[in-house]
Design a protein around this ligand. Structure first.
Ligand code: ATR
Length: 277
């Protein structure tokens, strides 16, 4: 197959129709006048190996990978970043000219950049971080928080085993709390993050009493439908600063766009509006 001179990238998922990435990257391509394309690709798990090889030969410069391919993409890559190895999943692939594949995971980076952009004086080292949930997003966020130097992570999950598993992998700074003791995790915390789907449109809100949370704490959510989740509304009423989850999605896309298309894109209000449609 032949190369075109127009760089191609895309998002691989199953299903992929709901992905906001095409709108996001499409907007940046237009904004920076780059003659590239970013396409959604619905790929069945059994076809992933073949599709990645074909994309590389067809001149794709890279791809985002989403559910259910994040772990498989990591295994299939020729080289993997340290953070993707730690997280155990890839969300960003680079197809190199020699047809090898480099895999990275930018979810934790997106999480940190969102907080840094929207709350510049937030200091992750100022106190314990409370992390609710122990799924894939939680892993990426824990890796990023530990890398940023948090003194302690207080972790809870409905299924305790998954939280214990993360503690055994990531070590001594993590303390695991029972799901029923959510409210006991909050004293002295500098950061609180919900990584579960609770509070998303169609799901019940997270049940939590914030009275022991210092008002100096920063509260954030990975859910961005709605932008202000019940947790964020409750935290704002309590007097805490809050940052919504949309910025994490936008910022995680930055490193891929930069490596594929050579321009460092900006995350701003205009982009938020475009992505929200
Ligand atoms: P993601 O990759 O988005 O993190 P995931 O790996 O499926 O997705 O994790 C979803 C998280 O939301 C988990 O922490 C999950 O808790 P369990 O490990 O107990 O499943 C949490 N979650 C989902 N539905 C929940 C509910 N109804 N109540 C509490 N937690 C829930």
């Amino acid at each position: 197959m032949s190369h075109t001179n127009i760089p191609l990238a895309g998002v691989i998922g199953c299903p992929v129709g709901h992905s906001l990435s095409p709108r996001l990257h499409g907007h940046w391509l237009k904004r920076y006048g780059i003659a590239g394309h970013y396409v959604p690709l619905e790929v069945q798990p059994d076809d992933l190996v073949e599709v990645l090889g074909a994309m590389s030969r067809m001149g794709f410069v890279g791809a985002n990978v989403t559910i259910p391919h994040k772990e498989a993409a990591l295994r299939l890559a020729d080289q993997v970043s340290d953070r993707a190895t730690l997280i155990g999943a890839a969300n960003t692939l680079i197809f190199r000219p020699d047809h090898t594949i480099y895999a990275d995971n930018t979810d934790g980076y997106g999480f940190m950049q969102n907080l840094r952009q929207n709350c510049p004086d937030w200091n992750p080292k100022a106190g314990p971080a409370v992390v609710i949930g122990a799924g894939g997003a939680s892993r990426a966020i824990i890796v990023a928080l530990l890398d940023a130097g948090v003194p302690e992570i207080r972790l809870t999950n409905r299924t305790r085993l998954r939280a214990d598993q993360l503690k055994s992998e990531f070590g001594g700074k993590i303390s695991v709390y029972d799901w029923v003791h959510l409210d006991r995790m909050l004293e002295g915390a500098a950061t609180l993050v919900n990584t579960t789907s609770q509070g998303m449109v169609g799901n019940p809100p997270l049940k939590i009493n914030l009275s022991d949370l210092p008002t100096s704490a920063l509260v954030t959510d990975i859910v961005y439908t709605p932008l202000e989740t019940p947790l964020l509304a409750q935290a704002r009423e309590h007097g805490c600063r809050t940052v919504d989850g949309l910025g994490m999605l936008l910022h995680q896309a930055v490193p891929g766009f930069y490596r594929w298309f050579g321009t460092q894109p900006t995350v701003d209000e205009e982009l938020r509006q475009v992505v929200l449609g």
